[in-house]
Design a binder for this molecule. Sequence first.
Ligand code: VG1
Ligand code: CO
Length: 540
Amino acid sequence: MAKIETVSTTPFQDQKPGTSGLRKKVPVFQQPHYAENFIQSIFDSLDGFAGKTLVLGGDGRYFNKEVAEKVIRIAAANGFGRVLVGKDALLSTPAASNVIRKNKAFGGIILSASHNPGGPDGDFGIKYNASNGGPAPEKITDVIFARTKTISAYKIMTGDTVDIGKLGTAKLGGMTVEVIDPVADYAQLMQTLFDFDAIAASFKAGFRMRFDAMHAITGPYATAILEGILGAPKGTVVNGTPLPDFGGHHPDPNLVYCKDLYDLLMSKEAPDLGAASDGDGDRNLIIGRNRFVTPSDSLALLAANARLVPAYKDGLAGIARSMPTSAAADRVAEKLGIKCYETPTGWKFFGNLLDAGLATICGEESSGTGSNHVREKDGVWAVLFWLNILARRKESVEAIVDKHWRDYGRNYYSRHDYEAVDSAAANGLMANLRDSIRKFPGTHGIKAMDDFAYDDPVDKSTTTGQGIRILFDNGGRIVYRLSGTGTEGATLRVYIEHYEADPAKLHIETQTALAPLITLSHSLADIDGRTGRSQPTVIT
Ligand code: VG1
Ligand code: CO
C-alpha cells in the first residue's frame, strides 16, 4: 500500500544550482537525504502544482534510475497529479523540454550532469525546468537554494512500486505515472521543422556522415531519426548505446574528446559530415570534411542560412548569443537587419527572449545551438539543421564556411580552460581583474573593460558579475569567467577572439592567429603566477 511519510532531515549547505542545475559528484548525491532535500526544496519553491503534470527524464548516467524513483515518490507525496517519465527514466534535455511544452506540463525535472563524466565516481545533476520547457530562471533557482538551507523535512510516498522500464500507465497513491517513449515526440517535432525529403534524398544519393553519440543519450534519437526515418546507412551512428559511465569517456563533444572523429574527417576516408552530441543531448559538434566549424561560427552560419529550412523560411525575429560566444552572429544579424542579444552564459537566459518572440535562434560558444522549437539547446536539431542546409546548397561544409568568411570576415576564436585549479587562487585572479577595470584601458590596445552585467529586456531583471570582458581597439576580445558547472575546485575559462576581415588572412591556424592575445591573456591576469599553470588543460 502506498503511504505518505514525512521524513525529518537537516539542510546541506552546498546545494546552490550553478549554470545549469545542481551538479555534484555521485557520492555526494548518494548521501542519505541529499537528493531528497533538493527535490523537496524545488517543490517547496513552486506554487500551484497540485493535480498538475511533472515531466521527468535523464541522460541515463549512473544513479539516474535511483533518483528518478525518488522524484516520482516525492512528487506523489507532494500532490502532483501525474508524472510523465521517459522509459527507463531516459529523456534527452531538449526532448524533455519538448514533452513539457507539448503536454502543457507544470514543469519538469531533468537528471543530468550533461558533458561531465559519469559512473560511480563521476558527476550527477538535477535541474528544474519551468512550464515553458526552459531551465528555471535565477529568480526561481535563488529561492530553491534558500530553501535548501532551511529545509527540515520532506514528504515521500512509500510502498507500491512502479515499473518505469515498461511503457504504460500506473498509479502511485493518487498520482498517475505515465511511462512514455523518449524518442517518438521528439522525432515527430523534428519532422515538422526540417526538409526531411531533401535530407533523405541526399543520403540516397550517397551523402555520408558519422554521428558519434558518445555512449550517451542521443544514441536512440540519432539512430531512429538518421538511420530510421532518413535512411542513412546502418553504422552512421557510432557509440549509439547509452551507458551509465559513457564507456568511461568524457561525453563532451569537443576536439579533445572527439579526436577520433576529427582525425577521420581530416583523413582521405572522410565522410561529408561528422557530428557528435554530449551526455544529455543538448550540445553539438560539427566537422565537415577537412573543416571543423567552431560553435560560434556554426551559430552564425545557421542564422545566415535559416531561410533554407522550412521552420525558419520566413526569417528570424532575432538572434541571441551568450556573452563569451564570438561576435560572428552579430555580423549576420546586422546584415539581416535584426537584433543580436548578448546574454550571460547558460541557456536559462534565452528563455525570456524566446518566449517574447524577440529571438528565434540562440547559441553558445560551448557547442550549444537551439531555437524557439524548445527552450533548451538541442544537439540533434543542430545536426539536422546542417543536414538541411547541405542538402539544399549541395556544397561542402568547407565551401560554405569559406564563402561565409569571405562575406563576413572571420572571428578567430578559442577557449582555454584551466580545470581543477585552487578555488581561492581562481577567485583571487578574478578579483584582481575586477580591480584592474579602471587601470587596463589605454594600455595594450585595450579600448574598454568591464564585469559583464545583463539587463533582461523582458522581465527587467539585472544579473551582474558574469565575466570580465576586455575589448581591444581592433575588435579583439579576451573574456575571463569561472565555470558554474564543474564539481572539482574551480575552472577558469579564458575566451579569446580576434576579428579578421582581410581575405588574404582567413586561413591561419587558429592558435597562431590568436597567439598575441593568448600571450596577453596570461600576463594581464597573471594566470601562471596565481594558478601555477602555464598551459590550459583543454583548448577548444
Ligand atoms: C558550461 C558552458 C555553458 C553551458 C553550460 C551548460 O557552463 O560554458 O555555455 O550553458 O556549461 O551546458 P560553465 O558555467 O561551466 O562555463 V551543459 O551541455 O553542461 O548543460
Ligand atoms: Co549538455
